[in-house]
Design a protein around this ligand. Structure first.
Ligand SMILES: [Zn+2]
Length: 497
């Protein structure tokens, strides 16, 4: 390998005698059905990881078998036969021999994961034009992920730079994440209610489409998100803005009196949210999930209509969520919700109960909730070395659970450990308003999610290694402002609220 380690570290790696040598071109034959964006990504990664000294001629054969194969060589007819005796083992197997490279993978996504391991093995020996020479140690790698759902949640604020989103997506994709959630904060150009975007601050559908393609090019799935309860303002509460009501006050009855929370008694709200979901689905394309939000709904059910349900808030809320989940099931999508509303203050230490459990009586709604809904249990408190208790609570209630850390690597480590111990569905890494300074943590997150190790200490890449990886993922010549990442001292960190 070229850097100190492979990232994330494979489950099993054996270095053998000898090496595979190649020059300015390599051929890759595969029977995987790769999308055009995936093919281009594979070729771009190869070009970047050979320091722009070599190109990859990709020959997809397009069979539809479950397991997929690939062979890389310098020109050998019928080479795909060479990979026949490899076994994906439910992930991928990668074998480098002096005559060529073979890959077996459980599917196209695992093939891309094998490829992102492979390019890290490339060592440049001569980068002079016309004399290009590279080698790869002979090696046998058997690898698969400890958890199926490895996700990052990215916010698109009016201040968010598309390049930072691109960097996050490329780091996550290269380091074998499976899903990317995009949440728009007054930045999606909805046709059903244009005032849901700030004037002059909306991302264009073309730009959003490019981000979706970026996500898909790594075999990841883009997951649309729209908060269906709190955060109706589509702004952080600490800033007091409201994307709709600051621009169009006559939409007030779509919301509770303070505007923060959607009014779920109003049929117009249901109709509008349905139209917004449709627009997101059209933009994001096929997929199996939709994130419905449900965090930080400080003012739930306070209007004259909603307040009638004061004695049965939990059931009122659960029936609303079940209705949304039923709509999404028609599109073969599972709903994800933040857990906030379903933990009561009286049952848990204050530090692990979110706003819903502190201000409303909705926790008993869990009994009415459709078990197909996925609970995203965010806990940002560093204090669960022995296991995060609320995840186990939701799992015992019969839900699939995603554990969701933020900002600190101790927090990431503890929640990844808990996910592995419980056999939970997976992890959503959150970044919120700290995306620029979160970028260098994405490789650390990937390391702790990928393997089956229960860690006592966090995995932290040296910044030199993280910088070297990111440099390979940003193509073309870039300016000072465009490269690397911004540290908190020049892009101040702000509290999460
Ligand atoms: Zn209401």
């Amino acid at each position: 390998m070229y850097l100190q380690h492979l990232y994330p570290v494979p489950e099993n790696i054996q270095i053998k005698e000898g090496c595979f040598v190649f020059g300015s071109e390599l051929v890759m034959e595969t029977d995987a059905c790769l999308e055009l964006a995936e093919q281009e990504r594979i070729q771009t990664l190869f070009y970047q990881f050979t320091c722009t000294g070599a190109t990859l001629k990709l020959l997809p054969q397009g069979s539809v078998s479950n397991e997929v194969r690939a062979v890389l060589h310098v020109g050998m007819e019928g080479a795909l036969e060479q990979a026949k005796n490899l076994d994906s083992g439910g992930g991928y197997q990668l074998r480098v021999q002096p005559g060529g490279i073979g890959i077996a993978a459980k599917d196209s996504k695992a093939l891309i994961e094998a490829f992102t391991t492979l390019v890290q093995l490339i060592v440049p020996e001569n980068l002079s034009e016309g004399q290009e020479k590279f080698w790869i140690d002979c090696v046998e790698i058997q690898d698969k992920a400890a958890m199926a759902f490895r996700c990052i949640h990215l916010c698109v604020f009016p201040e968010t730079k598309p390049l930072d989103l691109q960097k996050a997506i490329r780091l996550a994709g290269f380091l074998k994440f499976t899903h990317v959630i995009l949440e728009f904060w007054g930045t999606f150009p909805y046709k059903a209610l244009p005032e849901l975007a700030w004037k002059g601050k909306a991302y264009s559908l073309d730009t959003i489409g490019e981000l979706v393609t970026e996500i898909r090019s790594f075999g990841m799935e883009p997951v649309p998100m729209l908060n269906h309860l709190g955060h109706g303002a589509q702004c952080r509460i600490s800033r007091g803005r409201h994307v709709v009501l600051d621009q169009a006050p006559r939409y007030a009855t779509l919301f509770e009196p303070d505007g923060w929370t959607w009014c779920i008694s109003n049929p117009d709200t249901h109709k509008l949210l349905g139209e917004l979901r449709s627009e997101l689905l059209d933009t994001f394309g096929p997929g199996g999930y939709f994130h419905l939000g449900f965090d930080e709904a400080y003012s739930f059910a306070t209007c004259p209509k909603c307040v009638r349900h004061a004695k049965e808030e939990g059931r009122f809320l659960a029936e609303y969520i079940n209705g949304l989940a039923a709509e999404l099931k028609k599109d073969h999508r599972r709903s994800i919700i933040w857990h906030d509303e379903f933990l009561a203050s009286k049952d848990w230490p204050e530090k692990i109960v979110a706003s819903g459990g502190r201000t409303h009586q909705t926790a008993d709604g869990i009994g009415y909730l459709d078990r197909d809904i996925i609970i995203a249990d965010w806990q940002y408190y560093d204090g669960f070395p022995e296991g995060e208790p609320t995840a186990e609570y939701f799992m015992k209630k019969g839900f699939d659970v995603l554990l969701c850390p933020w900002i600190g690597l101790e927090n990431v480590k503890d929640l990844c450990n808990t996910t592995k111990r419980l056999g939970a569905m997976g992890v959503i890494m959150t970044t919120w308003q700290a995306l620029p300074s979160s970028l260098p943590m994405i490789p650390d997150m990937a390391m702790m999610m990928w393997d089956s190790v229960i860690r006592k200490e966090v995995s932290k890449l040296p910044n030199t290694e993280t910088g070297a990886l990111l440099r390979k993922l940003i193509t073309g010549t870039r300016s000072f402002e465009d490269v690397g990442w911004i540290q908190p001292e020049v892009y101040p960190f702000e509290a999460h609220d």
